[in-house]
Every structure is written in C-alpha cells, then in structure tokens.
Write a protein that binds this ligand. Sequence first.
Ligand code: PGA
Length: 233
Amino acid sequence: MLIAGNWKMFKGPADAGEFCRGLRDTALPDDVDVVIAPPYVSLSAAVQALAGTEIGVFAQNCHWESEGAFTGEVSAPMLRELGVYGTIVGHSERRQYFGETDETVAQRCRAALEGGLQVIACVGETLAEREAGETDAVLRRQVSVLEADDNLVIAYEPIWAIGTGKTATPEMAQQAHETIKAVLDLPVLYGGSVKPENAAELMSQPAIDGALVGGASLDVASFAAICQNASPS
Ligand code: PGA
C-alpha cells in the first residue's frame, strides 16, 4: 500500500519544513509506504526535514533530458542530487494546462526511471469521455505508451473527481484499475477527492494499491488519518 501526497502549487519551503517535521513526529502505519510531492522550491526543505525517516520525497514532474535549453524544466539527475526519491509524471493538470501529451508523459516517465527515480504516472478520463463510454479506451491509450518497470506505479485519477469532492465509487475505481492492469500489470493508485472518510473503503478494493491524495494531503492530521485508514491491518 502506497499513499502519496501531491501538494500541487501549495507550500513554500517554510511551510513544507513545518509540515514534514509534523509528519515525522506522527505515528504512521508500518505497512503503508508514505511519500509527499512538494513543489520544486520546497523539495530541499522536505528532504532535510525527513532525513532518516522512511517517508520519501517526490517531485511533481521531471524533464526527459538530463540538461539543456529547456527553460523552466528540471531533470532526473538534478532531482537525484537533491535527495529526491521519485517523481509524478502526467498529472491531468499538466496535460490540461501545460500541453503534456501521452508521448511527452512517456518520455518523462522513461527518463525518470532511467535516471534512478521511482515514478507515479497519472492517467484518467474526463467527464465527457466517461459519459461517452470511452473510459476504457482512454485508459488503454494512456497506459499503452508506458513500459512496465519495477519502479513504476500508475495512478488512476478520473479528472471529474479531482478537487471536486466527487469520488469514483469503489466499484468504478476497481473496474478502471482492472482495465489498467490488463495493459500493464503494475500497482495502481486511486486519486480524486480521497479523504480520511473514504480511504478505507477505496483501499479495500482488490485492484487498488494505494492513493494519490491532493487537497487532503496538505494537512498533517488528515494526511496521517488517510495513511492510518488505508492500512490493511
Ligand atoms: P484531490 O487531488 O485529492 O484534491 O482531488 C488529487 C490529485 O490531483 O492528485
């Protein structure tokens, strides 16, 4: 079971340090792997505050080249040098607002893995795609550009459930995860309005291997409660 907190564009270095010191001092279940993904500028503060703990620090994106004329981008070797353990790629907000495509996501994913990072690659359908009955086809298309790897995890995030308070039912998530696993047999996290109140039921589905948590990961108590409620024991 893996619980990952995606902070998006929240928490500068001071807030990140404070959160991480709070999380470090909070009891977390042994059978849950916990990671957080702060903004780039806060990665160093998080790595320092979590040194010596089992909590991993992830970036929210990673470029496919190790260096070059790519203004605004950050590479896998740079993240590794900072002590970062992994990265998210292909989040729907990157696809929606910053022109990421299945191809750029696959390139970022491959480079991050080759650079020694763990990767959470995000996929998911829009509401229009779900209503048109295209969910399975969209997921298969998004996942089929990726290659299986021991250090790769997929996150299924239905776009209509992100930040909206609307969660996929456990049955809907289970079905989407089965579709994804039929293409690539990898662990699959669920993301989209995961909260302490719905974590246990979602995580009890057999094909759900963890959660990618946005809004509810910004507060130590709610993030820790999700980790507790996700614990199989
Ligand atoms: P949410 O975000 O938990 O706030 O819905 C999830 C995500 O976008 O990773």
